[in-house]
Design a protein. Structure first.
Length: 359
């Protein structure tokens, strides 16, 4: 949870430089100098919710003339500061455990004088001592330099904050301050599940995953079908566009022939138009239908000059001259080309025999 080695300034611990306290980060250590005759508590800036924990800290006392100097760990401290527990060591290689309630000391390690118990494992001035507190909630075990030294049990669990206790007129250094959670610890801000609940959630997750995959497959198939429909529509549009392009080419050829007076091209196209018209139309249709067909043909080929064809329709000619008259009128484009009428009529007659009108 907390792994403070004081390598750099952090928000966990304060920096104070005044007449009472001098607390600074100094080359991987937290240097502390308490100048007043009263002890002082430096609280860890961390909102603790731990019921069970294991806390380690390496602490050193510096040389002073004061016989009451000490350094230690504060644990299970209430937010209002009225209740706290302290595990501390002094320069005489003794440790003490006590509880503070409303500024009153309650000695827990009462085997020694004023609660101070001598222990040979504790190192003296200018040596680091490792203090370790292990708690499962109610029971607390205390270790100094990895050796067990004491235990006590609480009647009830009180969640509280952690900190550093420094005695009056005391100089000290803290090498590290680390807090770990017990394997049975339950953070109140989190939700913990049993094995059966976890298995149930896993199975539900697998089921939902499968349902999601099926849903995605159905959506994928739906999208694929939609894509196929769109592709077919695109292909049909492409075919229509190709057909329109071809028709535009034909219109362009005709327009070019008209604009440039290329008579040979115009005559050949006229033959094709007449041939196509004669193949697709029945000769038995009435004159009105034929006239309408010619009007439609004129619109499709950009108002192609069919004035001469209309004149042919307006006249009543003999049935045996019907086709010859149409061909002759198509071929008579300009009065300047009257000398070509007979040869053009002969040419057209070679492609089409006279058809008798049966109506």
């Amino acid at each position: 949870m907390i792994n403070e080695e004081f390598d750099s300034v952090s928000n966990y611990w304060p920096i104070e430089t005044n007449d009472d306290n001098f607390f600074v980060f100094d080359e991987g250590e937290y240097f502390m100098n308490r100048a007043k005759d009263q002890p002082f508590a430096v609280m860890l800036n961390y909102n603790n919710t731990l019921d069970t924990f294991s806390i380690y800290s390496s602490m050193m006392l510096g040389p002073t003339e004061n016989i009451n100097q000490s350094i230690g760990i504060i644990f299970r401290a209430s937010k209002n500061g009225q209740v706290a527990f302290i595990f501390e060591v002094n320069k005489f290689r003794r440790f003490r455990i006590r509880k503070i309630i409303n500024k009153e000391n309650i000695i827990i390690s009462n085997e020694g004088k004023d609660g101070w118990i001598k222990n040979e494992k504790i190192k003296g001035i200018n040596y680091f001592n490792t203090l370790n507190i292990r708690s499962n909630g109610q029971e607390h075990d205390f270790f100094i330099n990895n050796d067990y030294v004491y235990s006590f049990k609480l009647d009830s669990i009180n969640v509280g904050n952690f900190g550093i206790y420094i005695g009056p007129k005391t100089k000290a250094k803290i090498d590290y301050y680390k807090i770990y959670t017990h394997e049975l610890y339950r953070d109140k801000s989190k939700i913990y599940l049993s094995d059966s609940e976890i298995k149930k959630l896993i199975n539900e997750n697998k089921y939902l995953t499968k349902q999601l995959e099926l849903s995605l497959d159905a959506k994928t198939l739906e999208y694929q079908n939609a894509i196929k429909i769109l592709e077919n529509q695109i292909n049909n549009l492409n075919k229509i566009n190709l057909k329109l392009d071809n028709e535009n080419i034909n219109y362009a050829v005709i327009k070019n022939a008209i604009d440039t007076n290329q008579l040979d091209i115009l005559i050949n196209l006229s033959k094709k138009v007449i041939s196509k018209t004669l193949e697709n139309r029945q000769l038995q249709i009435e004159k009105k239908l034929f006239k309408d067909s010619l009007i439609k043909l004129k619109n499709e080929y950009e108002n192609f000059e069919i004035e001469l064809l209309n004149k042919v329709i307006e006249k009543k000619i003999h049935e045996e001259q019907f086709i010859d008259s149409i061909l002759n009128k198509y071929c008579v484009i300009d009065s300047n080309f009257n000398k070509n009428i007979n040869s053009l009529s002969d040419t057209i007659n070679r492609y089409h025999k006279p058809i008798k009108n049966e109506y």
